[in-house]
Design a protein around this ligand. Structure first.
Ligand code: CAA
Length: 294
């Protein structure tokens, strides 16, 4: 059975991006959030992104209207029952995921495939919340989803190879480059990225260089689009701290341990761009100013 209609659970930053690329690829999409306000907020952000593409001449108004017409928002999980593939991008907390997957498992037909966008939780563990571990995979997208070309496709020891191939084909139809990986915390990208950005915080903590000089070094010396501390502010200090702790717990290796400065900043509520303060102050978002952290 091929994937014809998709469901997305969670319409925040990642979920709305995933819903957008699926609709742009021609799939009818049902997107579910917990409240009508959150459904509206998520759909508005997609409309804003599509409007930007029209303004730039990258999308016609007619195509925009068709894409928007393929998206249906709902607060009712029952509305996902006709979807062949359900992609979950809700809060990174296992109890919330457990509740969602076990209710979807009873609502959806046995043929439906389940995929989580988790960046750090175990896909194998999530699959045990259902009666379909053979039809359970990870589909890990990157922020901003409409721009980043990669998707990690994660199989567990229980994933049916035919289901895995079907999801790889689907990822390609979204216009993404799919990489194959297994269920190890952090998969490929975060396994490599998280120790790198944590090291950037250590370099700052040890007084080796300033915030701007650390960022400029990696931008101008290595051609990265963002320096590591700007990237940390972009991903969210709280999110990175959470992922690092899970990775440390899994591998017990020092390189995954969050540095004390990161922990203090998270405790202080300086979570990066979304809270207006992190390694930079975003009072003027167009001109972030490095913070004084000592
Ligand atoms: N949604 C849609 N499109 C967006 C966007 C968004 N949120 N942000 C930027 N864009 C588009 C812009 O419209 C622009 O499009 P055009 O080229 O058609 O004009 C293009 O992206 C470039 O944007 P800008 O010129 O405004 O800015 P930029 O050149 O600095 O690019 C960036 C912005 C794409 C975010 C770039 O800085 C970048 O690639 N940064 C690194 C991002 C990254 O590493 N993401 C992964 C984070 S890790 C993760 O997500 C996984 C995890 O588990 C933590």
């Amino acid at each position: 059975m091929s994937i014809e209609k998709v469901g997305v659970v969670g319409c925040g930053l990642m979920g709305s991006g995933i819903a957008q690329v699926a609709a742009q690829a021609g799939y009818p999409v049902v997107v579910r959030e917990v409240s009508a306000q959150l459904v509206e907020k998520g759909l508005k952000s997609i409309e804003k992104n599509l409007a930007r593409l029209v303004e730039k001449g990258n999308l016609s108004s007619a195509d925009r209207d068709e894409i928007r017409g393929r998206l249906r928002g709902t607060t009712n999980v029952e509305d996902l029952k006709e979807c062949d593939l359900i992609m979950e991008a809700i809060i990174e907390q296992l109890p919330a995921k457990r509740e969602l997957w076990s209710s979807l498992d009873t609502i959806c037909p046995k043929s439906a495939i389940f995929a989580s966008n988790t960046s750090s939780l175990s896909i194998t563990e999530m699959a045990t919340f259902t009666q379909r571990p053979d039809r359970f995979v990870g589909l890990h997208f990157f922020n901003p989803v409409p721009v980043m070309k990669l998707v990690e496709v994660i199989r567990t020891i229980g994933t049916d190879p035919k289901v895995y191939d079907e999801v790889l084909t689907f990822a390609g139809k979204l216009g993404k480059t799919a990489v194959r990986t297994t269920d190890r915390t952090g998969f490929i990208v975060n396994r490599l990225l998280v120790p790198y950005i944590l090291d950037a915080v250590r370099v700052l903590e040890e007084g080796v260089a300033s915030i701007e000089d650390i960022d400029n070094s990696m931008k101008l010396g290595c051609g990265h689009p963002m320096g590591p501390l700007t990237l940390l502010d972009f991903v969210g200090l709280d999110t990175t701290y959470y992922i690092a702790n899970i990775m440390f717990d899994e591998f017990k290796e020092k390189r995954f341990a969050p540095p004390p400065l990161l922990k203090r900043m998270v405790l202080a509520g300086w979570h990066g761009r979304k809270t207006g303060r992190g390694f930079y102050d975003y009072a003027d978002p167009a001109k972030p100013r490095p913070m004084h952290l000592s």
